[in-house]
Design a binder for this molecule. Structure first.
Ligand SMILES: *Cc1c(COP(=O)(O)O)cnc(C)c1O
Length: 427
Protein backbone atom coordinates (compact mmCIF):
# COMPACT_ATOMS: atom_id res chain seq x y z
CA UNK A 1 0.00 0.00 0.00
CA UNK A 2 1.27 3.43 -0.92
CA UNK A 3 1.62 5.82 1.98
CA UNK A 4 0.30 8.68 -0.16
CA UNK A 5 -2.80 8.59 -2.31
CA UNK A 6 -1.76 11.11 -4.92
CA UNK A 7 0.79 10.29 -7.59
CA UNK A 8 2.02 13.88 -7.45
CA UNK A 9 2.97 13.40 -3.82
CA UNK A 10 4.42 9.93 -4.43
CA UNK A 11 6.68 11.38 -7.17
CA UNK A 12 8.12 13.89 -4.72
CA UNK A 13 7.98 12.22 -1.31
CA UNK A 14 8.07 8.43 -1.65
CA UNK A 15 11.10 6.17 -1.54
CA UNK A 16 13.88 7.70 0.53
CA UNK A 17 12.81 9.09 3.93
CA UNK A 18 15.51 10.83 5.98
CA UNK A 19 15.69 10.34 9.74
CA UNK A 20 16.80 13.05 12.16
CA UNK A 21 20.04 14.67 11.09
CA UNK A 22 20.24 12.65 7.89
CA UNK A 23 20.67 14.22 4.43
CA UNK A 24 17.46 15.62 2.96
CA UNK A 25 18.49 14.43 -0.49
CA UNK A 26 18.66 10.71 -1.14
CA UNK A 27 22.31 9.70 -0.73
CA UNK A 28 24.05 7.73 -3.45
CA UNK A 29 25.28 4.67 -1.59
CA UNK A 30 28.43 4.39 -3.66
CA UNK A 31 29.64 1.18 -2.10
CA UNK A 32 29.89 -2.31 -3.48
CA UNK A 33 29.91 -3.88 -0.03
CA UNK A 34 28.36 -3.55 3.43
CA UNK A 35 30.09 -4.20 6.73
CA UNK A 36 29.18 -6.79 9.40
CA UNK A 37 30.90 -7.46 12.69
CA UNK A 38 29.34 -10.88 13.13
CA UNK A 39 30.11 -13.57 10.58
CA UNK A 40 26.88 -15.45 11.24
CA UNK A 41 24.82 -12.29 10.64
CA UNK A 42 26.18 -12.09 7.10
CA UNK A 43 25.71 -15.82 6.67
CA UNK A 44 22.00 -15.44 7.41
CA UNK A 45 21.74 -12.86 4.61
CA UNK A 46 23.30 -15.35 2.20
CA UNK A 47 20.67 -17.88 3.24
CA UNK A 48 17.84 -15.34 2.78
CA UNK A 49 17.08 -15.90 6.48
CA UNK A 50 17.47 -12.19 7.24
CA UNK A 51 17.04 -9.26 4.90
CA UNK A 52 19.85 -6.74 4.52
CA UNK A 53 22.52 -5.51 2.17
CA UNK A 54 25.81 -7.29 1.61
CA UNK A 55 26.80 -6.79 -2.03
CA UNK A 56 25.51 -4.22 -4.52
CA UNK A 57 25.19 -6.75 -7.35
CA UNK A 58 22.15 -8.12 -5.50
CA UNK A 59 20.76 -5.00 -3.88
CA UNK A 60 21.69 -1.43 -2.93
CA UNK A 61 19.74 1.00 -0.70
CA UNK A 62 19.72 3.82 -3.29
CA UNK A 63 18.22 1.51 -5.90
CA UNK A 64 15.70 0.13 -3.42
CA UNK A 65 14.46 3.62 -2.52
CA UNK A 66 13.83 4.41 -6.17
CA UNK A 67 12.25 1.00 -6.84
CA UNK A 68 9.89 1.66 -3.91
CA UNK A 69 8.76 4.94 -5.47
CA UNK A 70 8.09 3.26 -8.83
CA UNK A 71 6.29 0.42 -7.03
CA UNK A 72 3.97 2.90 -5.30
CA UNK A 73 3.32 4.79 -8.55
CA UNK A 74 2.27 1.51 -10.21
CA UNK A 75 0.22 0.30 -7.26
CA UNK A 76 2.43 -2.79 -6.98
CA UNK A 77 3.55 -4.98 -4.09
CA UNK A 78 7.32 -5.27 -4.72
CA UNK A 79 9.76 -3.86 -7.28
CA UNK A 80 13.38 -3.85 -8.37
CA UNK A 81 15.59 -1.77 -10.63
CA UNK A 82 17.65 -3.26 -13.44
CA UNK A 83 20.51 -1.89 -15.52
CA UNK A 84 18.27 -1.34 -18.58
CA UNK A 85 14.80 -1.86 -19.94
CA UNK A 86 16.15 -4.85 -21.84
CA UNK A 87 17.32 -6.44 -18.59
CA UNK A 88 13.91 -5.71 -17.02
CA UNK A 89 11.99 -7.48 -19.77
CA UNK A 90 14.46 -10.36 -19.86
CA UNK A 91 14.30 -10.91 -16.09
CA UNK A 92 10.53 -10.46 -16.02
CA UNK A 93 10.08 -13.30 -18.51
CA UNK A 94 13.01 -15.54 -17.61
CA UNK A 95 12.07 -15.50 -13.91
CA UNK A 96 9.11 -17.75 -14.79
CA UNK A 97 9.90 -19.03 -18.30
CA UNK A 98 13.04 -21.09 -18.82
CA UNK A 99 14.19 -23.62 -21.41
CA UNK A 100 11.14 -25.57 -22.62
CA UNK A 101 8.76 -22.70 -21.91
CA UNK A 102 6.67 -20.62 -24.31
CA UNK A 103 5.70 -16.94 -24.40
CA UNK A 104 2.69 -15.35 -26.08
CA UNK A 105 4.00 -11.98 -27.26
CA UNK A 106 1.89 -9.13 -28.58
CA UNK A 107 3.54 -7.33 -31.50
CA UNK A 108 4.04 -4.51 -32.67
CA UNK A 109 6.44 -4.30 -29.74
CA UNK A 110 9.77 -2.56 -29.14
CA UNK A 111 12.36 -4.01 -31.56
CA UNK A 112 14.78 -4.85 -28.73
CA UNK A 113 12.11 -6.88 -26.96
CA UNK A 114 11.18 -8.62 -30.22
CA UNK A 115 14.81 -9.65 -30.79
CA UNK A 116 15.30 -10.65 -27.16
CA UNK A 117 12.33 -13.01 -27.08
CA UNK A 118 12.20 -14.26 -30.67
CA UNK A 119 15.95 -14.70 -31.28
CA UNK A 120 18.06 -14.70 -28.12
CA UNK A 121 15.61 -16.46 -25.81
CA UNK A 122 14.92 -18.93 -28.60
CA UNK A 123 18.59 -19.95 -28.33
CA UNK A 124 17.91 -20.54 -24.63
CA UNK A 125 15.07 -22.92 -25.51
CA UNK A 126 12.13 -20.52 -25.07
CA UNK A 127 9.58 -20.49 -27.87
CA UNK A 128 7.23 -17.64 -28.67
CA UNK A 129 4.03 -17.07 -30.58
CA UNK A 130 3.24 -13.59 -31.87
CA UNK A 131 -0.27 -12.20 -31.54
CA UNK A 132 -1.70 -8.86 -32.61
CA UNK A 133 -3.22 -6.27 -30.25
CA UNK A 134 -6.35 -6.49 -32.39
CA UNK A 135 -6.78 -10.28 -32.33
CA UNK A 136 -10.11 -11.51 -31.01
CA UNK A 137 -10.33 -13.85 -28.03
CA UNK A 138 -10.52 -17.02 -30.12
CA UNK A 139 -7.35 -16.13 -32.00
CA UNK A 140 -5.58 -15.26 -28.76
CA UNK A 141 -6.71 -18.49 -27.10
CA UNK A 142 -5.34 -20.49 -30.02
CA UNK A 143 -1.85 -19.03 -29.38
CA UNK A 144 -1.51 -20.76 -25.98
CA UNK A 145 0.23 -24.10 -25.50
CA UNK A 146 0.63 -26.45 -22.56
CA UNK A 147 4.06 -24.94 -21.89
CA UNK A 148 2.97 -21.28 -22.09
CA UNK A 149 4.27 -19.37 -19.06
CA UNK A 150 3.29 -15.73 -19.68
CA UNK A 151 1.83 -13.14 -22.01
CA UNK A 152 4.04 -10.15 -22.83
CA UNK A 153 2.70 -6.89 -24.27
CA UNK A 154 3.23 -3.12 -24.26
CA UNK A 155 0.56 -0.75 -22.97
CA UNK A 156 1.32 1.62 -25.88
CA UNK A 157 3.47 -0.12 -28.47
CA UNK A 158 6.80 1.36 -29.50
CA UNK A 159 6.89 2.53 -32.28
CA UNK A 160 3.44 2.16 -33.86
CA UNK A 161 1.44 3.56 -30.90
CA UNK A 162 -1.29 0.90 -30.69
CA UNK A 163 -3.02 0.70 -27.30
CA UNK A 164 -3.37 -2.65 -25.52
CA UNK A 165 -6.80 -4.02 -24.71
CA UNK A 166 -5.70 -4.77 -21.15
CA UNK A 167 -8.87 -6.50 -19.99
CA UNK A 168 -9.02 -8.83 -22.99
CA UNK A 169 -5.35 -9.79 -22.67
CA UNK A 170 -5.59 -10.25 -18.88
CA UNK A 171 -8.67 -12.41 -19.28
CA UNK A 172 -7.14 -14.81 -21.79
CA UNK A 173 -3.85 -14.97 -19.86
CA UNK A 174 -5.65 -15.80 -16.62
CA UNK A 175 -7.93 -18.34 -18.31
CA UNK A 176 -4.74 -20.16 -19.31
CA UNK A 177 -3.27 -19.87 -15.81
CA UNK A 178 -0.42 -17.50 -16.69
CA UNK A 179 0.39 -13.90 -15.76
CA UNK A 180 0.16 -10.87 -18.04
CA UNK A 181 3.42 -8.89 -18.17
CA UNK A 182 3.00 -5.33 -19.48
CA UNK A 183 5.80 -2.97 -20.52
CA UNK A 184 4.36 0.39 -19.43
CA UNK A 185 7.25 2.57 -20.61
CA UNK A 186 5.29 4.93 -22.88
CA UNK A 187 2.29 6.01 -20.77
CA UNK A 188 4.24 5.76 -17.49
CA UNK A 189 2.30 5.17 -14.25
CA UNK A 190 1.20 8.81 -14.40
CA UNK A 191 -1.12 8.04 -17.32
CA UNK A 192 -1.79 4.32 -16.92
CA UNK A 193 -1.64 1.64 -14.24
CA UNK A 194 -1.74 -1.76 -15.98
CA UNK A 195 -2.21 -3.56 -12.62
CA UNK A 196 -5.55 -1.82 -12.20
CA UNK A 197 -6.68 -3.43 -15.47
CA UNK A 198 -5.53 -6.96 -14.70
CA UNK A 199 -1.79 -7.00 -15.49
CA UNK A 200 0.24 -9.02 -12.99
CA UNK A 201 3.73 -7.70 -13.65
CA UNK A 202 4.76 -4.31 -15.05
CA UNK A 203 8.12 -3.49 -16.63
CA UNK A 204 9.74 -0.19 -17.58
CA UNK A 205 12.61 1.18 -19.56
CA UNK A 206 13.28 3.97 -17.04
CA UNK A 207 15.65 5.35 -19.70
CA UNK A 208 12.62 7.04 -21.25
CA UNK A 209 10.08 9.35 -19.57
CA UNK A 210 10.92 8.33 -15.99
CA UNK A 211 14.47 9.61 -16.37
CA UNK A 212 13.17 12.05 -18.93
CA UNK A 213 16.44 13.81 -19.64
CA UNK A 214 18.43 11.14 -21.46
CA UNK A 215 20.88 10.77 -18.57
CA UNK A 216 20.98 7.09 -17.71
CA UNK A 217 19.92 3.77 -19.17
CA UNK A 218 17.82 1.80 -16.68
CA UNK A 219 14.86 -0.47 -16.11
CA UNK A 220 12.37 -1.56 -13.47
CA UNK A 221 10.11 -4.53 -12.72
CA UNK A 222 7.03 -4.17 -10.52
CA UNK A 223 5.05 -7.17 -9.28
CA UNK A 224 1.42 -6.71 -8.28
CA UNK A 225 1.66 -9.68 -5.92
CA UNK A 226 -1.72 -10.74 -7.32
CA UNK A 227 -0.81 -13.82 -9.35
CA UNK A 228 -1.42 -17.09 -7.49
CA UNK A 229 1.72 -19.07 -8.39
CA UNK A 230 0.79 -21.93 -6.08
CA UNK A 231 -2.53 -22.44 -7.85
CA UNK A 232 -0.55 -23.27 -11.02
CA UNK A 233 2.40 -24.75 -9.13
CA UNK A 234 3.31 -27.24 -11.85
CA UNK A 235 3.72 -24.42 -14.38
CA UNK A 236 6.07 -22.38 -12.18
CA UNK A 237 8.41 -24.82 -10.44
CA UNK A 238 11.04 -22.09 -10.06
CA UNK A 239 8.77 -20.37 -7.56
CA UNK A 240 6.98 -23.32 -6.03
CA UNK A 241 9.69 -25.99 -5.60
CA UNK A 242 12.97 -25.86 -3.62
CA UNK A 243 15.80 -23.63 -4.90
CA UNK A 244 18.92 -25.72 -4.41
CA UNK A 245 21.11 -22.62 -4.68
CA UNK A 246 19.49 -21.41 -1.43
CA UNK A 247 19.47 -24.65 0.56
CA UNK A 248 16.07 -25.63 -0.75
CA UNK A 249 13.90 -22.62 0.10
CA UNK A 250 10.57 -22.38 -1.73
CA UNK A 251 9.95 -18.77 -2.76
CA UNK A 252 6.16 -18.80 -2.55
CA UNK A 253 6.22 -20.43 0.88
CA UNK A 254 8.86 -18.19 2.36
CA UNK A 255 8.07 -14.86 0.72
CA UNK A 256 4.36 -15.00 -0.19
CA UNK A 257 3.43 -12.04 -2.37
CA UNK A 258 7.09 -11.02 -2.62
CA UNK A 259 8.10 -14.42 -4.10
CA UNK A 260 8.50 -13.27 -7.70
CA UNK A 261 10.67 -10.20 -6.99
CA UNK A 262 12.68 -12.03 -4.33
CA UNK A 263 13.52 -14.78 -6.81
CA UNK A 264 14.42 -12.26 -9.52
CA UNK A 265 16.72 -10.40 -7.11
CA UNK A 266 18.32 -13.24 -5.22
CA UNK A 267 18.69 -15.59 -8.17
CA UNK A 268 18.67 -13.75 -11.52
CA UNK A 269 20.40 -10.58 -10.30
CA UNK A 270 22.90 -12.69 -8.38
CA UNK A 271 23.70 -14.76 -11.46
CA UNK A 272 23.35 -12.26 -14.34
CA UNK A 273 24.37 -9.10 -12.49
CA UNK A 274 22.33 -6.56 -14.45
CA UNK A 275 22.13 -4.14 -11.50
CA UNK A 276 21.48 -0.44 -12.06
CA UNK A 277 24.38 1.76 -10.91
CA UNK A 278 23.30 3.63 -7.73
CA UNK A 279 24.48 6.84 -9.42
CA UNK A 280 22.00 6.23 -12.25
CA UNK A 281 19.26 5.45 -9.75
CA UNK A 282 19.96 8.87 -8.21
CA UNK A 283 19.48 10.55 -11.60
CA UNK A 284 16.37 8.49 -12.19
CA UNK A 285 14.95 9.71 -8.89
CA UNK A 286 15.44 13.33 -9.93
CA UNK A 287 13.54 12.52 -13.12
CA UNK A 288 10.72 10.87 -11.15
CA UNK A 289 10.33 14.01 -9.02
CA UNK A 290 8.92 15.85 -12.06
CA UNK A 291 7.28 12.97 -13.95
CA UNK A 292 3.81 14.13 -12.87
CA UNK A 293 4.53 17.62 -14.28
CA UNK A 294 6.15 16.50 -17.50
CA UNK A 295 3.64 13.87 -18.66
CA UNK A 296 0.63 16.23 -18.98
CA UNK A 297 2.81 18.66 -20.98
CA UNK A 298 4.06 15.85 -23.27
CA UNK A 299 0.43 14.87 -23.83
CA UNK A 300 -0.95 18.36 -24.51
CA UNK A 301 1.94 19.15 -26.86
CA UNK A 302 1.56 15.83 -28.71
CA UNK A 303 -2.18 16.38 -29.20
CA UNK A 304 -1.48 19.79 -30.80
CA UNK A 305 1.34 18.42 -32.95
CA UNK A 306 -0.79 15.44 -34.06
CA UNK A 307 -3.64 17.78 -35.02
CA UNK A 308 -1.25 19.96 -37.01
CA UNK A 309 0.23 16.96 -38.84
CA UNK A 310 -3.18 15.43 -39.55
CA UNK A 311 -4.32 18.67 -41.18
CA UNK A 312 -1.18 19.10 -43.32
CA UNK A 313 -1.86 18.15 -46.97
CA UNK A 314 1.63 16.66 -47.47
CA UNK A 315 1.24 14.24 -44.55
CA UNK A 316 -0.18 10.84 -45.53
CA UNK A 317 -1.14 9.53 -42.10
CA UNK A 318 -0.70 10.08 -38.35
CA UNK A 319 -0.82 7.40 -35.60
CA UNK A 320 -1.53 8.92 -32.21
CA UNK A 321 -4.01 7.42 -29.77
CA UNK A 322 -4.70 10.88 -28.35
CA UNK A 323 -5.97 12.13 -31.73
CA UNK A 324 -9.73 11.99 -32.29
CA UNK A 325 -10.49 9.51 -35.05
CA UNK A 326 -7.34 7.45 -34.39
CA UNK A 327 -7.91 3.69 -34.49
CA UNK A 328 -6.95 3.49 -30.79
CA UNK A 329 -8.55 6.75 -29.59
CA UNK A 330 -11.46 5.15 -27.68
CA UNK A 331 -9.26 2.51 -26.06
CA UNK A 332 -6.82 5.25 -25.10
CA UNK A 333 -9.62 7.28 -23.52
CA UNK A 334 -10.75 4.26 -21.52
CA UNK A 335 -7.40 3.17 -20.12
CA UNK A 336 -5.59 6.52 -20.16
CA UNK A 337 -8.23 9.20 -19.56
CA UNK A 338 -5.59 11.84 -18.74
CA UNK A 339 -3.78 11.24 -22.01
CA UNK A 340 -1.55 8.58 -23.55
CA UNK A 341 2.03 9.77 -24.11
CA UNK A 342 4.11 12.18 -26.18
CA UNK A 343 5.16 9.73 -28.88
CA UNK A 344 3.43 9.64 -32.25
CA UNK A 345 4.15 8.30 -35.72
CA UNK A 346 3.50 9.84 -39.11
CA UNK A 347 4.40 9.37 -42.75
CA UNK A 348 4.78 11.76 -45.68
CA UNK A 349 2.81 11.32 -48.91
CA UNK A 350 6.10 11.41 -50.81
CA UNK A 351 7.17 8.13 -49.15
CA UNK A 352 10.53 7.15 -47.71
CA UNK A 353 12.56 9.93 -49.40
CA UNK A 354 10.10 12.69 -48.46
CA UNK A 355 10.06 11.54 -44.84
CA UNK A 356 13.85 11.48 -44.71
CA UNK A 357 13.97 14.96 -46.27
CA UNK A 358 11.56 16.36 -43.66
CA UNK A 359 13.69 14.89 -40.88
CA UNK A 360 16.81 16.42 -42.39
CA UNK A 361 15.13 19.85 -42.47
CA UNK A 362 14.21 19.85 -38.77
CA UNK A 363 16.10 22.31 -36.61
CA UNK A 364 14.60 22.13 -33.13
CA UNK A 365 13.87 18.39 -33.25
CA UNK A 366 17.01 16.22 -33.30
CA UNK A 367 17.58 12.87 -34.98
CA UNK A 368 18.58 10.55 -32.13
CA UNK A 369 18.19 6.88 -31.20
CA UNK A 370 16.07 7.81 -28.24
CA UNK A 371 12.45 8.46 -27.42
CA UNK A 372 10.31 9.83 -24.59
CA UNK A 373 12.67 12.64 -23.65
CA UNK A 374 12.12 16.24 -22.54
CA UNK A 375 13.59 17.34 -25.90
CA UNK A 376 11.66 16.72 -29.11
CA UNK A 377 13.36 14.06 -31.21
CA UNK A 378 12.76 11.93 -34.29
CA UNK A 379 13.83 8.59 -35.68
CA UNK A 380 13.25 6.88 -39.03
CA UNK A 381 12.90 3.16 -38.25
CA UNK A 382 13.46 2.12 -41.89
CA UNK A 383 16.89 3.84 -41.87
CA UNK A 384 17.77 3.24 -38.21
CA UNK A 385 16.33 0.66 -35.83
CA UNK A 386 14.85 -1.55 -38.58
CA UNK A 387 17.52 -0.84 -41.20
CA UNK A 388 18.25 -4.48 -42.03
CA UNK A 389 14.70 -5.05 -43.30
CA UNK A 390 13.54 -4.77 -46.92
CA UNK A 391 10.50 -2.60 -47.73
CA UNK A 392 8.39 -5.77 -47.92
CA UNK A 393 9.57 -6.91 -44.48
CA UNK A 394 8.97 -3.44 -43.05
CA UNK A 395 5.39 -3.42 -44.31
CA UNK A 396 4.83 -6.91 -42.90
CA UNK A 397 6.12 -5.67 -39.51
CA UNK A 398 3.65 -2.78 -39.63
CA UNK A 399 6.36 -0.17 -40.14
CA UNK A 400 5.98 1.61 -43.45
CA UNK A 401 9.11 2.90 -45.24
CA UNK A 402 7.92 6.50 -44.72
CA UNK A 403 7.30 5.94 -40.97
CA UNK A 404 8.73 8.73 -38.77
CA UNK A 405 8.66 8.25 -34.99
CA UNK A 406 8.25 11.68 -33.44
CA UNK A 407 8.78 12.03 -29.69
CA UNK A 408 7.18 15.33 -28.75
CA UNK A 409 9.09 17.07 -25.98
CA UNK A 410 8.07 19.67 -23.43
CA UNK A 411 9.20 22.75 -25.32
CA UNK A 412 6.52 25.22 -26.43
CA UNK A 413 4.02 23.43 -28.71
CA UNK A 414 3.95 26.32 -31.19
CA UNK A 415 7.73 26.19 -31.58
CA UNK A 416 7.64 22.43 -32.23
CA UNK A 417 4.88 22.92 -34.79
CA UNK A 418 6.73 25.82 -36.46
CA UNK A 419 9.80 23.60 -36.81
CA UNK A 420 7.76 20.80 -38.39
CA UNK A 421 5.98 23.27 -40.66
CA UNK A 422 9.16 24.79 -42.06
CA UNK A 423 10.63 21.29 -42.54
CA UNK A 424 7.55 20.11 -44.44
CA UNK A 425 7.15 23.34 -46.45
CA UNK A 426 10.66 22.87 -47.87
CA UNK A 427 9.84 19.60 -49.62
C1 LIG B 1 13.58 1.56 -24.98
C2 LIG B 1 12.57 0.53 -24.65
C3 LIG B 1 12.96 -0.69 -24.08
C4 LIG B 1 14.40 -1.05 -23.84
O1 LIG B 1 14.90 -0.23 -22.83
P1 LIG B 1 16.48 0.13 -22.64
O2 LIG B 1 16.43 0.95 -21.41
O3 LIG B 1 16.89 0.87 -23.87
O4 LIG B 1 17.19 -1.16 -22.49
C5 LIG B 1 11.97 -1.59 -23.73
N1 LIG B 1 10.68 -1.31 -23.96
C6 LIG B 1 10.27 -0.14 -24.53
C7 LIG B 1 8.82 0.09 -24.74
C8 LIG B 1 11.20 0.82 -24.89
O5 LIG B 1 10.79 1.95 -25.45
Amino acid sequence: MAEYMSKDTICIQSGYKPGNGEPRNMPIVQSTTFKYSDSDAMGRLFDLEDSGYFYTRLANPTNDNVAKKICELEGGYAAMLTSSGQAANFFAVFNICECGGHVVMCSPIYGGTFNLVSTTMKKMGVECTIVSPDDDEDTLNAAFKDNTKCVLAESIANPNCSVLDFEKFAKVAHEHGVPLIVDNTFPTPINCNPIKWGADIVTHSTTKYMDGHGLGVGGAIVDSGNFDWDKYADKFPGLTTPDESYHGIIYTQKFGKAAYITKATSQLMRDFGAIQAPQNAFYLNIGLETLHLRMPKHVSNAVKVAEFLASNPKVAWVNYPGLKGDKYYERGQKYMPNGTCGVLAFGMKGGREASKAVMGNLQLACIVTHVADARTCVLHPASHTHRQMTDEQLIAAGILPEFIRLSVGIEDADDIIADLKQAIDKI
